[in-house]
Design a protein around this ligand. Sequence first.
Ligand code: NAD
Length: 420
Amino acid sequence: MTKNYDVKDLNLAEQGRKRIDWAEKEMPVLRRLRERFEQERPLTGLRLSACLHVTAETANLARTLAAGGADVVLCASNPLSTQDDVAAALVAYDEIPVYAIKGEDNQTYYQHLGAALDHSPHITMDDGADLVTAVLKQRPELIENLIGSTEETTTGVIRLKAMAVDGVLKFPVIAVNDSDTKHLFDNRYGTGQSTLDGIIRATNVLLAGKTFVVGGYGWCARGIANRARGLGANVIVTEVDPVKALEAAMDGFRVMQMAEAAPLADFVCTATGDIKVLDAHHFDVMKNGAIIANSGHFNVEINIPALEAMSVEKRQPRPFVDQYVLKDGRQINLLGEGRLINLASAEGHPSAVMDMSFANQALASEYLRKHQGKLANGVHALPKEVDREIASLKLHAMGIEIDELTAEQAKYLSSWEEGT
Ligand SMILES: NC(=O)c1ccc[n+]([C@@H]2O[C@H](COP(=O)([O-])OP(=O)(O)OC[C@H]3O[C@@H](n4cnc5c(N)ncnc54)[C@H](O)[C@@H]3O)[C@@H](O)[C@H]2O)c1
């Protein structure tokens, strides 16, 4: 790549800057961190390659890391999630090299990853572990300089733990997703709202009175199920974990196998991190006109090759809607090519929730720097104090005050003598 960026159109930069500034207003915790980073410059001298969804919120993270002294480059963590105006603004106004174009093909996606790694990073930041995978498989010479990595999402953490088990993870990684102030809020409230937003923007179909099937009842799927119910849909949950299934049932959802739910569904949305949650035998029994989408990390939750093979025609009635016509004439509408629908057809999570996720990312980079050479190879969580600090800052920004333990209460809660 000859130039040190690859974005769709630099003329979009002004619009992108407005979008970034708009998001920043909802990100008070990250703003506080940025002010501290400007003073303390904790990341001075570090090259940092980030592979994240290139959104306005990520731009605010990139600015924060740069304010801390890091030399940042950014590539996309999904071919469909880039906001082209934001990518242009980061290049034009913040001089942060970005390699990301919405709709890029797989080959370009991996070229962009390679360009981010050409930066010879001291820290990599991932959303799905593609960058770390590329380091291990194609660029092992980079490991020598790596202080460590950070990982944003559940699927990435699962992949990293599998690398650790296989003994190939030769540096420490901070599982940002495992912070309470990340998955409890981002995965649940962020994915909940933005997934429904994506489905509605792509289709403009009324949800009230419809049957909406959610694949999974983990953090993301809980959010989706609850928001779909809030819009008046009849929600069915499918699960493989008996505890989660029980929780869904006691939360008031119908719970059944996907084979039973599929023929009832007006909508199916998966968010499991698993493969083929919706498969050929489900397409076989689905209603004409059913709408299917995914909000899990990879586009493997819906078996798209099987759907292609079963179809005689594929149309695009609206952007982000692929209408597959099956041999018997039924139509199944796949949204956003089965990729994270909240980022494909909407704008990803609202800024207020990414405020906490990205505060964790910024603090994770600082933590890696401070503990350079002291962390064992493998996957680590951030200390609980970081969660408490982020939650306190967020509450403060929301104007919420909470009680403090009195000395007597603190003593009581750490003692065992007093009983009935
Ligand atoms: N769309 C987004 O912006 C976004 C945000 C955060 C996480 N994610 C991704 O969403 C996915 C889920 O993340 P999470 O944090 O909710 O994970 P989680 O581990 O909390 O939940 C996943 C759930 O799916 C269930 N499951 C697995 N296989 C299943 C199957 N075949 N059928 C039904 N249920 C099944 C599991 O039992 C579990 O309860 C991951 O891929 C994650 O990376 C997406």
